[in-house]
Design a protein around this ligand. Structure first.
Ligand code: G3I
Length: 388
């Protein structure tokens, strides 16, 4: 592609089977069980979340950790059965892929992406530019602006080039805003100036012109000063012709606190001409979770999913993990947990059935029964911990 960055990273996985090879592989059933198997219809009892979502033109995804993916059969089988999209939870973060400057370790990310390819799941890349989980050589390097600019450009080009054709969308900049809508004081802002976001988007676009480029943040599910700031930024970027294709609404929520303005907020972003994705949904509960709290959680999951279904350019919902056995919540919010659709024994919870019902064929695009207390906005303090 004209003006492309030269790719410096080897790409060990063929990015695409050639046509004839693919046909042969399919015939021989070598392209993977899912590829060869007939997918159940959405109205059949065998339909899983991924089949229901596909029938609605949406994706249902989950954040994935490499350890349980290879170490736990139920993790592997549930992920393959239920989801048609994955996001590496940590494996593509800077600290994980370049722990020492110039020394890359793609092994964990490759494992997740190979799994996704085998199970016909598309992959969201998370993330290119963030204030957290940067390797210490970078976070503590105190680099001069020009050197930091070169480091960031190399990082973006190397990562995006490596997974070109295998990662369909990138969270190019993660969590650029404060709760009040001001720009977060990161080293990127301090050293590269306010336009670091546009610059990062342009670099990513040149590295892979086909990738969908997102800005991603938490506590922007409803209409509030932070989502207003994201809205104004996206509107300005679009007006300047900067390559921005989507907004990621993370969705780390407190039980019973899904903003009433969720659907309206999704719609207003879509009306800017970008896709919207719920990228990191989980609904945390003070432990031990009661039956009523699990029902409230189910209504919360349904409300978010209904909000996405109601807006054509909302492309789907990703949960941040899918089993309570592997969730970031207990480590970060003492005494809280049970945030995901499957429990610690991989049994589906009411939230799972609520997702099924919301995604079911012919389901009205109206609002799910709102749960008690579902109107209250999440507290900024609680959400600020969600993103640190
Ligand atoms: O990889 C190291 C490992 O080598 C080391 O032995 C171990 C013990 O310290 O730590 C491991 O790193 C941990 C990493 O997860 C991978 O497991 C970090 O300590 C831990 O802080 C990190 O937590 C992640 C958190 O982001 C960091 O901010 C969570 O798993 C992850 O779910 C969470 O995800 C973020 C999204 O990326 C952005 N949106 C908010 C969301 C929740 O914070």
């Amino acid at each position: 592609m004209a003006g492309r960055f030269p790719s410096r990273a080897t790409r060990p996985i063929p990015s695409r089977l050639g046509g004839a090879a693919l046909v042969l592989a399919l015939l021989a059933g070598l392209a993977g069980p899912a590829a060869a198997a007939q997918e159940p219809r959405a109205d059949s009892p065998e339909a899983a979340l991924r089949h229901l979502a596909t029938a609605q033109g949406k994706h249902i995804g989950a954040a994935v950790a490499p350890g349980p993916l290879t170490g736990e059969k139920p993790y592997h089988s549930t992920l393959a059965r239920e989801f048609n999209e994955v996001t590496p939870e940590n494996a593509l973060k800077w600290a994980e892929v370049e722990p020492q400057r110039g020394k890359y370790d793609w092994s964990a990310a490759d494992r997740i992406i190979e799994f996704a390819q085998r199970h016909r799941q598309r992959v969201r890349g998370h993330t290119l530019v963030w204030h957290s989980q940067n390797p210490s050589w970078l976070a503590n390097g105190d680099f001069a602006p020009d050197e930091l600019r070169g480091i960031l450009r190399d990082h973006i080009v190397t990562k995006v080039n490596r997974y070109e054709d295998r990662i369909f969308a990138w969270d190019v900049v993660n969590e650029p805003f404060n709760e009040d809508g001001g720009m977060r004081e990161t080293m990127w802002l301090r050293k590269l100036g306010r336009d670091y976001i546009a610059t990062a988007l342009r670099w990513a676009h040149r590295a892979d012109p086909d990738a969908k480029l997102y800005l991603n943040d938490y506590n922007i599910m409803g209409i509030n000063p932070k989502s207003d700031a994201m809205y104004e930024l996206v509107r300005s970027l679009k007006r300047r012709g900067v390559p921005i294709h989507g907004v990621g609404i993370q969705g780390h929520r407190i039980l019973g606190q899904i903003p009433d303005s969720t659907e309206e907020n999704i719609r207003r972003f879509a009306e800017l001409g970008v896709d919207v994705a719920i990228t990191e949904l989980d609904v945390r509960i003070p432990m031990p979770a009661s039956e009523q709290e699990l029902r409230t959680q189910a209504a919360n999951y349904a409300q978010v999913t209904e909000g996405c279904l109601a807006v054509r350019r909302c492309v789907g919902v990703t949960t941040w993990g899918f089993t309570d056995r592997h969730s970031w919540i207990p480590d970060w919010f003492e005494g809280q947990g049970a945030a995901l659709p499957f429990d610690e024994q991989y049994r589906p919870k009411p939230a799972y059935y609520a997702l099924r019902e919301a995604l079911a064929p012919g389901n009205g695009r109206g609002r799910a029964p709102s749960a008690p207390g579902s109107a209250a906005p999440a507290t900024a303090a609680a959400d600020s911990r969600a993103g640190r």
